[in-house]
Ligand binder design. Structure first.
Ligand SMILES: NC(=O)c1ccc[n+]([C@@H]2O[C@H](COP(=O)([O-])OP(=O)(O)OC[C@H]3O[C@@H](n4cnc5c(N)ncnc54)[C@H](OP(=O)(O)O)[C@@H]3O)[C@@H](O)[C@H]2O)c1
Length: 263
């Protein structure tokens, strides 16, 4: 997909961080029509002053609620005949030792990061199939490729996104719907404010690589450069050896995760 003019883009979590940067980058590349989903409508409305020439619909909804998912599609249908790009970006994190993580945070991470993404995709598919050239972009995480201590639940939700995308891509082979997964590494967004992390990517970097990836029909956009890709291979081929590397980071991960919560 190269031309984003006249594309209808439905994005969850577009009011902040990576989602907002994706709106900016798609807009820079010609896109002008977005339906944005989020729980806080005031946060979404600020987008209109930042992008005055964009045609926005703001849909107040919680992707972890089935009734809200159906409402998102109903409101989109009122405005559009089809969806051209669905960006499943909304996500939350609650890190720390598993035993110390509240049941509510475990359930909410699963419901928002995984189940909501799957349900929204399911209900969006009939509208995506009406487009002659459409795409689903799922935002996973580097932690969906390499599980790290103190992020067990979050890593599980993001690994599920990886596998969902792969299976769906194969299921949709007879439709002109490209399925692409993005794996950001630590990125400087509000989600990371409670994590002590250094040398983060910017949301703009993630957005630029995402749009580039879509233009090149890539299936995976993996942030973090060459080292991250080598780590992914090493972790896959020799996980016990990779454990040693992770072990050397144990204390810093514990410290980073201790206050990391963005729900
Ligand atoms: N930042 C990183 O280091 C990093 C790294 C890897 C992957 N990611 C992934 O990248 C995606 C974007 O993260 P970000 O860093 O940009 O986070 P962010 O700045 O906290 O933004 C999250 C967005 O998701 C929305 N959202 C959260 N829960 C929602 C719900 N239940 N229903 C609807 N919308 C919801 C939020 O709006 P409301 O609060 O108004 O609902 C907000 O717009 C997430 O999937 C995250 O897991 C981030």
């Amino acid at each position: 997909m190269n031309n984003f003019e006249n594309k209808n883009i439905l994005i969850t979590g577009g009011s902040s961080g990576i989602g907002k940067a994706l709106i900016a980058e798609f807009h820079k590349n010609g896109a002008n029509t977005f339906a944005v989903v989020g729980r806080n409508v005031d946060k979404m409305k600020k987008l209109q002053s930042e992008f005055p020439d964009v045609k926005f619909s703001f849909i107040q909804a919680d992707v972890s609620k089935l009734a809200d998912i159906k409402e998102i599609i109903n409101s989109v249908k009122k405005e559009w005949k089809q969806i051209d790009i669905l960006i499943n970006n909304a996500g939350v994190v609650s890190a720390g030792a598993l035993e110390e993580t509240s049941d509510e945070d475990i359930i909410a991470q699963q419901n928002i990061n995984t189940t909501g993404l799957i349900l929204l995709t399911k209900y969006a598919l009939p509208l995506l199939k009406k487009s002659e050239d459409s795409a689903i972009i799922n935002i996973s995480s580097g932690l969906g490729l390499i599980g790290m201590p103190f992020y067990a639940t979050y890593a599980a939700t993001k690994a599920a996104v990886k596998q969902f995308s792969e299976a769906l891509r194969r299921e949709l082979k007879d439709f002109p719907i490209h399925v692409m997964t993005v794996y950001p590494t630590a990125t400087d967004t509000p989600m990371m404010e409670s994590a002590s992390s250094k040398n983060m990517d910017t949301p703009k970097m993630v957005a630029e690589d995402t749009v580039k990836g879509l233009k090149n029909t890539e299936i995976d956009v993996i942030m973090g450069g060459k080292e991250r890709k080598e780590n992914n291979i090493e972790n896959f081929e020799n996980p016990l050896e990779f454990d040693k590397k992770v072990s050397s980071m144990f204390d810093s991960m514990k410290e980073r995760a201790s206050k990391h919560r963005s729900m």
